[in-house]
Structures are given as structure tokens and as C-alpha cells.
Design a protein. Structure first.
Length: 136
């Protein structure tokens, strides 16, 4: 009763084609017909290149360098080296969204910052108190 066989029986034309860089792909004719001619391999290479460039830019700002050659996706591990020679691994998204660069340095900076602010706060309050007294 249900004519499901005629639906699934359609021929799916798979075509082999290659992009200007010579990457061979098998793609459904429909896929190409919809205008998706962009080669996924080329696309992936471009994306990797873009991620690498972004990391290099960050490295230039933070000081240090990117040790990983390939950054496959947002979650793939990235090896970094900071200006102090600490090596660490993080993910691309960690660098981009969380600003993770060198965990060792970050910890030290945080500790220093905490220390400084406590000392500064004490100094400030002392100075402030002294100043207040002398000004009246
Ligand atoms: Zn290609
Ligand atoms: Zn470091």
C-alpha cells in the first residue's frame, strides 16, 4: 500500500570531482547542483591556516610562540611556549575565548597581583588615613 520502495529506489548520482588544488572528492550530484562547490579539504586547510595565524598573532602580543604545526579544530590541543620558556598545552578555543596562554605565568601573575593589591591597599589606607588627618 505504501509506495516507499519508489522513494528509496532513487539513484543517487555520486560524482568524483576535484578542486583547483587537485583534491578529489566524491560528492552527490545534488550537492554540487546546490552550488556547494567549495572543496572541504581546501576549506579545512584555510581554516587551519586562519587558526594558526590567529594563534601567531596572539603569540606576538603575549610573547612566546606556537609549537603546534596543525590546529585541526577548536578543541584540538595546541602546544605553546611563553616568553619565560614554559611549555604548556591548551586548546585553540581556550586561547581564543578564555585567553589561556601560559598557566604557570598566569598563576604567578595572579599571586603577584594579589600580593601587590594587599600591600597596596594597606599602603593606600595608611597614606589615606595620614593624609586625612593632616588635611583637617
Ligand atoms: Zn581542494
Ligand atoms: Zn610562562
Amino acid at each position: 500500500m505504501m509506495a516507499s520502495d519508489s522513494e528509496t529506489g532513487q539513484v543517487s548520482n555520486t560524482l568524483r570531482w576535484h578542486c583547483s588544488e587537485g583534491h578529489q572528492r566524491d560528492a552527490k550530484f545534488d550537492y554540487l547542483k546546490r552550488g556547494n562547490r567549495w572543496c572541504p579539504t581546501c576549506n579545512e586547510m584555510l581554516m587551519q591556516q586562519a587558526r594558526k595565524t590567529e594563534l601567531r598573532d596572539t603569540a606576538a602580543k603575549q610573547g612566546g610562540k606556537v609549537l603546534s604545526e596543525k590546529i585541526r579544530d577548536m578543541k584540538s590541543e595546541v602546544r605553546l611556549e611563553c616568553t619565560n620558556g614554559h611549555q604548556s598545552s591548551t586548546s585553540f578555543s581556550g586561547v581564543r575565548y578564555k585567553g589561556t596562554w601560559c598557566p604557570s605565568c598566569a598563576q604567578k601573575t595572579r599571586a603577584n597581583f594579589k600580593h601587590l593589591t594587599t600591600v597596596d591597599a594597606q599602603k593606600a589606607s595608611e597614606t589615606h588615613g595620614g593624609h586625612l588627618l593632616s588635611s583637617t
